[in-house]
Every structure is written in structure tokens, then in C-alpha cells.
Design a protein around this ligand. Structure first.
Ligand code: NAP
Ligand code: ZN
Length: 348
């Protein structure tokens, strides 16, 4: 089979390797699609630690081809999404139920071979069934959606709440949909691209703003602005210093800022404690997908969360090296790697 390996920082190769055999409690999954996420580019650039040589790809789904000894919940032919983040279950964080903060966290596609390959091995406990009727590429969105669900859960949105989402990438566009589902009736998306703003309006954003046009904060929180006084919840989904600084200022008195965006290690931002103290603004961070993968799979399986328009490009494994080693193309939301066997098989 073909598998894309991170050989070392800055070096990706597509190799022919033996198809792996599922060990005890493991599934052999034929990959239907695997999303290229910013983290893959950070791993390539060495901005995020990994364990090369390793096959990247942590946003995957596919069809089970074989199961190892002791597997009881799955059989060949079933479609599954894999939760890539494997917690040890024994450390103090796991014992507190904080599995995303596990001291020994191992991720498929970072520490062990992932989904940019014809096949991937998935431990049974990390697999979640998807219906065979689902369009085959949609399962690749379960992992990013599961991360967004954690962020939206933390926000404890009440019916009729207002929300602001900063950043119209895949994370922001999923958070827009989840905020509506959670009960927000006003959801404002801030993003520069006109195409993403138009798309967000079809996905549930009640208003959109171009941050390059005027003063974003004044346009929203001032009297006569879109949400005078600010929003109940602000989701930072752009991962920039500037937008992290904006987020609490866009949050209303007593409201909550949820930071999902990842800034480069070492980067600092300026927050005014006087402002957040007297307005009692909470700032929380949301990391990964603790116990949210099953719900993400169900939201995608039922079509409740719409993912088709988030697919910008589908490429084969041959083109994945170039796509991961270069910055995202302009306007790109999600590029999916679709191994060749899938392209000629079940993919529409
Ligand atoms: P992305 O595609 O880079 O999305 C970020 C978006 O921000 C861009 O699409 C860009 O769209 C927009 N943007 C740029 N400048 C802006 C500005 N000044 N104001 C408002 N929006 C601006 O990345 P993504 O995949 O959606 O991920 C978003 C962030 O979440 C990243 O930092 C990623 O690392 C992080 N992430 C976190 C988790 C977690 O568990 N916490 C999980 C997955 C990803 P325009 O060109 O339209 O402005
Ligand atoms: Zn990811």
C-alpha cells in the first residue's frame, strides 16, 4: 500500500509499504478520506513535536477491512471514523475525566501511523460507526467537529444567546453551526473572505463582518452596532494574536470568550485585566475532543451539521506531499486526501 511518511522535519515522502495487520483489539481500516489540517503543516515544519518516521493524517474515516483478535463491536464492511487521540486512562488527568489533557496522550497521525495512506490501524476503543449511506468523504470531518463540540460545550450557550465567531475556516464554520444548534439565535461571523462570509450565511450565521472594513470592535459592540455591549459568547477560531486580543473586548459583561485557535508557541498577547475584571469576562481555552467524537459522528451521520460545502479540493496521495508542504491555497477551507482506491470506488 501507499503511505505518506514524515521522515523528519521538512521531509515528506510517499512510500510503498506492507499493508499492516490488525493486532489484538485493532481494526484495519481502508481510508476513504483524510483531511489536511493546519497541524499537519506544523508537524512538517517542526513547529509541533512528532515521532518521525510516521504517517501523518488524524482526520480520517473509512471502511473496516479486517479486525484483530478480541474485537467484538465491529466487523469488516462497517464504516468508521477514528478518534485519533488516545488517552492512557491511568494518569491523574485521565482519572479526573480530563482525557484530552492525558499526560501520556498518543495521537494517530502524530505518534503512530495515520490516515494519509491506503490503510490505517485503529484501536477498537477509538472507532465510532458511521452509516454506509453517508457520502464517503464526510466522515473526515468528525475529528474537527469533535474539537468544535468541546469548545461549544464549554460555552454553555443558552437558548436565545448571542455568539460571535472569529475566523471563517473549517473550525469557525463548524462552530457557527454548533452555536445555532446549541440555542444561539444571533451568530456573527468575522472573516475576511467574501466567499466564506456568504457560505457562513447559508450555514446559520445571522450576520457577517469583514474585519478589514473599519473598526471591528466599534462596528459590533458600540450603541447602534450589531450587538451593542458585545456577545454572550465569543469563539476565537482564527489563531492570531490580533483576534485573541479582540475576543474578550467583543464579549459582553459577564460573558465568555472561548479560545480554540492555536498561536505559535511563545507568542504573547495583550489582555487588559482591568477590563476583563470589572466586566467579569471569563476566558477559557478548548483543547481537542474529550468524549465528543460519538456526538460529532452522529451530527455528521444525520446531516445535522453540513460539511459538503467545506470541501475545497480532493487530491490523491501523490499530490498530498505538495499540499502539506505548502501553505493552504487562497480561499481553501478543507482539502481532503482521497486514496486512489477510493477515488475509483465508492466516491461520488
Ligand atoms: P484556518 O482555515 O486557518 O482558519 C482561520 C481563518 O481565520 C482563516 O480561514 C481566515 O479566513 C480567518 N482570518 C484570518 N485573519 C482574520 C482576522 N483578522 N479576523 C477574522 N478572521 C481572520 O484554520 P482552521 O482549520 O479553521 O483552524 C482554526 C484554528 O483552530 C487554528 O489555529 C487551528 O490550529 C485551531 N484548531 C484548534 C483545535 C482545538 O482543539 N482547539 C482543533 C483544530 C484546530 P479569511 O481569509 O476569510 O479571513
Ligand atoms: Zn486537526
Amino acid at each position: 500500500m501507499k503511505a505518506l511518511f514524515l521522515e523528519d522535519v521538512g521531509k515528506l515522502t510517499l512510500r510503498d509499504v506492507d499493508k499492516p495487520a490488525p493486532g489484538e483489539g485493532e481494526l484495519l481500516v481502508r481510508v476513504e478520506a483524510c483531511g489536511i489540517c493546519g497541524t499537519d503543516r506544523h508537524l512538517f515544519l517542526g513547529e509541533f513535536p512528532s515521532k518521525p518516521p510516521v504517517t501523518l493524517g488524524h482526520e480520517f474515516a473509512g471502511i473496516i477491512e479486517a479486525v484483530g483478535a478480541g474485537v467484538t463491536g465491529f466487523r469488516p464492511g462497517m464504516r468508521v471514523t477514528g478518534d485519533p487521540n488516545i488517552a492512557c486512562g491511568r494518569c491523574s488527568a485521565c482519572h479526573q475525566g480530563r482525557v484530552n489533557l492525558c499526560h501520556n496522550l498518543q495521537a494517530i497521525g502524530i505518534h503512530r501511523n495515520g490516515g494519509f495512506a491506503d490503510y490505517v490501524i485503529v484501536p477498537e476503543k477509538q472507532a465510532f460507526e458511521l452509516p454506509l449511506s453517508l457520502p464517503p468523504l464526510h466522515g473526515a470531518f468528525c475529528e474537527p467537529l469533535a474539537c468544535c463540540l468541546h469548545g461549544v460545550d464549554l460555552a454553555r450557550i443558552e437558548a436565545c444567546a448571542s455568539a460571535i465567531v472569529i475566523g471563517g475556516g473549517v473550525i469557525g464554520l463548524l462552530v457557527v453551526q454548533l452555536a445555532r444548534l446549541a440555542g444561539a439565535t444571533k451568530v456573527v461571523l468575522i472573516t475576511r473572505s467574501e466567499a466564506k462570509r456568504r457560505l457562513a450565511e447559508t450555514l446559520g450565521a445571522t450576520a457577517t463582518i469583514d474585519p478589514t472594513e473599519g473598526d471591528v470592535i466599534a462596528n459590533i459592540v458600540s450603541d447602534g452596532g450589531l450587538l451593542p455591549g458585545g456577545a454572550d459568547v465569543v469563539f476565537e477560531c482564527a489563531g492570531l494574536k490580533e483576534t485573541v486580543e479582540q475576543a474578550p473586548r467583543l464579549t459582553r459583561k459577564g460573558g465568555m470568550t472561548v479560545i480554540l485557535g492555536v498561536l505559535p508557541s511563545g507568542e504573547k498577547v495583550e489582555i487588559e485585566p482591568f477590563d476583563i475584571l470589572f466586566r467579569e469576562v471569563s476566558i477559557v481555552t478548548s483543547f481537542l475532543n474529550p468524549f465528543t467524537h460519538r456526538r460529532a459522528a452522529d451530527l455528521i451521520a444525520s446531516g445535522t451539521v453540513v460539511v459538503e460545502p467545506l470541501i475545497s479540493r480532493r487530491i490523491g496521495l501523490d499530490d498530498a506531499v505538495g499540499a502539506i508542504s505548502s501553505p493552504p491555497a487562497g480561499g481553501e477551507i478543507r482539502t481532503l486526501v482521497v486514496p486512489d482506491h477510493s477515488k475509483t470506488g465508492s466516491v461520488a
